[in-house]
Design a protein around this ligand. Structure first.
Ligand code: FAD
Length: 451
């Protein structure tokens, strides 16, 4: 068994600590923040996440499925809200499968509680990793008001998020790296609960206000409120010159914009404009890199390895799957053979990390534009129909990503094949009227055999 240093006590680092300590390793987690369980919630910075199949599989492995299930709300469908306030509901799957909404902060706190309970885990808060010796797996930390500290484990695992210090050190070697900011930033806008603690919108739906160049989303909390996120260009584009964080700066501009474009949400949130003015604006970055490992002594997991845009709701789920795959490699190669473990972890995960980055950008376009597009809705109906009749042959891309552990690379490849087939199916004359016909079904299956 090894002495393992984990950098980062976020979602991935705290889950990984539980998994490794349960195997008998001695684990030290170093987190730069103070203990978040003792801090006041960070106003305007809360995010709701959905836990999906891959996330649950890793939580189950750690024995934490039930603990986490208690703080989640099931979400079965997307509900779109048009500019007039009319809604339309679209189920995630034909067989009532759900994603599970949870507050990121609350989940992190639970995972830290669990990590602290497992013998062999020590949590060190207020330790910012400043430097890593990748060959020796030693790290140095700065501490507020205290002398720097060092760690001397045998393996260092970087779970320190999109701006990872461990990854930065890897960049000095033979390492591929790219970082891209998307044009959209985001801000939290929270929806209050009703007077009696009930929800003012259906809590079992992801609410989306898609407006092509910007959108608002809302996910339920257990107490009747919703955490909303407004995504909008950092700099307004000519096609929507009034929608950009750079042009909506005054209270008057914000009030006009929110009232005009999200009237039903505006009616539910008494202080929507005030929240817009007060809450910080955050960026979205995509990071791709490889390799994710350094010999037998260091590896990256979670956002440190693959920071992606949040539009598939898979960043954490993919990070939890990294932990799961690492454990499978430990099962296969033994808990002391980290050279083989990390080599196979890297071989299995990097391409999947790149694929989920691509899938997430693809879903950005789907959520922003297509969920309000009748042609897209027709495609969803046809795909649901095909899946119901031929479940062994047709599984929509969304289901593959969110409700199975099919590798992301394979799901992406299959999704592109479905695009080619559906393009031809949607071009059939009179498709809107005959989408449920045997003719359409036959055509799709023939194309599937050929594609
Ligand atoms: C708006 C939004 C919505 C999202 N929705 C979803 C969703 O629905 N489903 C989903 O699966 N994912 C979602 N995500 C993504 C998800 O939040 C991330 O993928 C997840 O938080 C990654 O976990 P992590 O532990 O790898 O990194 P982080 O959560 O970033 O944690 C990293 C930790 O490392 C610490 N750290 C950083 N640098 C250092 C250092 N030098 N020394 C010590 N500690 C350090 C940080 O303080 C932090 O605690 C969303 C993200 C956003 C922004």
């Amino acid at each position: 068994m090894k002495n393992i240093t984990i950098i980062g006590g976020g979602l991935v680092g705290s889950l990984l600590a539980v998994l490794l300590a349960r195997r008998g390793h001695k684990v030290d987690v170093y987190e730069r923040r103070d203990d978040p369980r003792k801090a006041k919630p960070w106003e305007g910075r809360s995010i709701n996440l959905v836990v999906s199949h891959r996330g649950w599989a890793a939580l189950r492995l750690a024995g934490l499925e039930e603990t986490v299930r208690k703080i989640t709300v099931p979400v079965y469908a997307r509900m779109t809200h048009d500019p007039e306030g009319r809604t339309n509901q679209l189920a995630y799957s034909i067989d009532h499968k759900a994603n599970w909404s949870v507050s990121r902060g609350e989940l992190n706190n639970r995972l830290l509680d669990e990590a602290e309970r497992v013998p062999g885990v020590t949590l060190h808060f207020g330790h910012r990793c400043e430097d890593v010796d990748l060959d020796k797996a030693t790290c140095t930390f700065s501490r507020k008001g205290a002398e720097p500290a060092t760690s001397t484990g045998e393996v260092v695992l970087g779970c320190d998020g999109a701006f990872s210090a461990v990854r930065l050190k890897m960049q000095f070697g033979r390492f591929n790296y790219s970082q891209e900011y998307i044009e959209h930033d985001y801000k939290e806008i929270s929806f209050p609960a009703g007077p009696d603690g009930t929800s003012l919108m259906d809590p079992n739906c992801l609410h989306i206000w898609p407006r092509r160049y910007y959108m608002l989303m809302g996910l339920a909390n257990g107490n009747g409120s919703f955490t909303g996120t407004l995504f909008m260009p950092h700099k307004a584009v000519p096609e929507a010159p009034d929608a950009g964080f750079d042009v909506i700066r005054t209270e008057e501009q914000a009030d006009r914009f929110l009232r005009t474009h999200f009237p039903d949400a505006y009616a539910l949130i008494p202080n929507m404009t005030e929240q817009y003015m007060r809450h910080p604006q955050a960026n979205l970055v995509v990071v791709r890199c490889s390799p994710w490992v350094h010999g037998a002594t260091a590896a990256l997991l979670g956002d440190a390895a693959h920071a992606i845009v949040p539009f598939y709701g898979e960043g954490m789920n993919a990070g939890f799957e990294d932990c799961h795959v690492l454990c499978k490699q430990l099962d296969k190669h033994g808990d002391n053979n980290w050279g083989a473990v990390l080599e196979t972890y890297n071989a299995e995960r990097v391409a999947n990390g790149h694929a989920i980055a691509d899938l997430s950008m693809r879903n950005f376009i789907e959520m922003r534009d297509l969920v309000a597009d009748p042609r897209f809705l027709l495609r969803k109906k046809i795909e649901g129909h095909l899946q119901a009749k031929h479940p062994d042959r047709w599984m929509p891309l969304y289901s593959q990503v969110k409700f199975t552990d099919i590798p992301y690379v394979d799901a992406l490849r299959e999704g592109r094949r479905h695009d080619r087939i559906m393009e031809q199916v949607l071009a059939m004359p009179g498709i809107a009227e005959k989408w449920e016909s045997e003719e359409v079904e036959r055509k799709a299956l023939e194309l599937l055999d050929k594609a």
